[in-house]
Design a protein around this ligand. Structure first.
Ligand SMILES: NC(=O)c1ccc[n+]([C@@H]2O[C@H](COP(=O)([O-])OP(=O)(O)OC[C@H]3O[C@@H](n4cnc5c(N)ncnc54)[C@H](O)[C@@H]3O)[C@@H](O)[C@H]2O)c1
Length: 379
């Protein structure tokens, strides 16, 4: 299969996730970066393109220019998709314009800075028939997929309780906001959206719960708080109920001192509990009352893994794969989907529009609940 020719929007000099997307796409092997509008400032966009080796004539000063000029190129030359890695408020405008011009979209979470703009993206996808994949990174880890299979297989029994936390400390001091490109827009409601940490990482935690359990968060009550002087949440917790009746708690915080990036999830069912933690992503722990604790390790030669899980690895067991490979698994799956490959058994391998819209409803429900004093709210 020919690689998908794509153009990147955002991800210029000093940016965080754009470089991760490019690396993931390269590891995936079924994508080829051919164009870019990498920054909000035309000069910086061009300098950024030069720095990563994009050709001069396909390094654009703005995303609008890229979409217009690429659409005018011959069909077998122009981009087929865009990767959108801009701050949240700059997701909907380029996503909608790209789809209107006939391009598919791979986009980072959250889908937009507001539910209304996320819905506008969904409407544009329905109108144009273009396809969207959302990069909910943590669902790309092989052992997270194995956890999902174990829950779906029923061997663990019915789901009782989920505990998930996503804690960081990079915004725990007031000076963390000074001269920090990533912090600057994340604490600004106009660019981040009405939610801070809950939009930024709470969505990852909520999506992970839904991915592993195969259920939706149906109702919740939440308390979102922030350090003095901030406008949007940097910390909070929610209780939730799942569509299948299971219960759970979710904590998301960017002010938990000592935690760099601690995403951890426990799923308790009638017969067993499952535990996965992003800082040790190559192991999945299964606890039962009447048996010793099992630790599953991953890797391309762990023959006890199901074949679809084995197929996600690039290295033999004992050679850790991590964040970039998980991201690459999402690119690989979405690229295959764009090329018409049949959907893999069980799940598409990337977050869909439905998943992303539900995450936006999760954010809105948390905000509404918290504003009303932590009352229960339906999604
Ligand atoms: N999946 C994940 O694990 C993950 C991790 C980090 C960030 N993200 C998401 O990725 C997005 C970007 O986050 P980040 O941390 O990389 O931000 P960042 O501030 O580091 O980078 C944003 C980039 O977008 C560019 N940009 C802004 N406006 C633009 C415009 N109009 N046209 C072209 N480029 C423009 C900026 O110049 C910058 O290069 C956010 O939506 C964030 O939520 C996802």
């Amino acid at each position: 299969m020919q690689p998908i020719r794509y153009g990147m929007i955002g991800g210029g000099q000093g940016a965080f996730i754009g470089g991760v997307h490019r690396t993931a796409a390269a590891i995936a092997g079924n994508w080829q970066l051919v164009a870019g509008a990498l920054s909000a400032t035309p000069e910086k966009a061009r300098a950024s393109g030069r720095e990563i080796g994009l050709s001069e004539d396909r390094t654009y000063g703005s995303w609008a220019e890229m979409i217009e000029r690429e659409a005018a190129l011959p069909e077998d030359v122009r981009i087929e998709a865009v990767a959108i890695v801009t701050p949240n408020h700059m997701h909907a405008p380029p996503a909608i314009a790209a789809m209107e011009a006939g391009f598919d979209v791979i986009i980072d979470k959250p889908l937009a800075e507001s539910l209304a703009h996320a819905q506008a993206i969904a409407d544009a996808a329905a109108r144009t028939g273009r396809r969207i994949g959302v990069t909910q990174t943590y669902t790309g880890y092989s052992l997270v997929k194995l956890a999902r299979k174990m829950v779906a297989g029923g061997e663990l029994g019915a789901l009782r309780r989920v505990m998930v936390k996503y804690t960081q400390d990079w915004l725990s001091r007031s000076e963390d906001l000074v001269d920090n490109k990533q912090a600057e827009w994340r604490v600004d409601p106009a660019r981040s959206g009405e939610a801070g940490a809950f939009g930024d990482i709470g969505t990852h935690a909520a999506n992970l719960v839904e991915f592993i359990t195969g259920e939706r968060i149906a109702e919740l009550c939440a308390e979102l708080t922030m350090l003095e002087g901030r406008q949007i949440d940097d910390d909070g917790a929610a209780m939730f109920r799942l569509s299948g009746g299971g219960k759970g708690t979710l904590t998301a915080s960017q002010v938990c001192v000592g935690d760099a990036n601690d995403l951890a999830i426990s799923i308790y069912c009638d017969e067993a509990g499952l535990h996965w933690r992003q800082v040790e992503p190559n192991k999945l722990v299964v606890g039962r009352r009447d048996k010793p604790v099992e630790t599953w390790h991953d890797g391309g030669n762990r023959a006890y893994l199901p074949s679809d899980i084995l197929a996600l690895h690039r290295t033999p067991g004992g050679h850790p794969e991590g964040y970039l490979e998980a991201f690459a698994n999402i690119y690989r799956a979405f690229g295959d989907h764009l090329r018409g490959a049949p959907a893999p058994e069980g799940e598409p391998g990337f977050a869909t529009m439905d998943d992303a819209l539900h995450s936006m409803r999760f954010i809105s429900a948390c905000l509404e609940s918290s504003r009303q004093g932590a009352v229960w709210v339906n999604l």
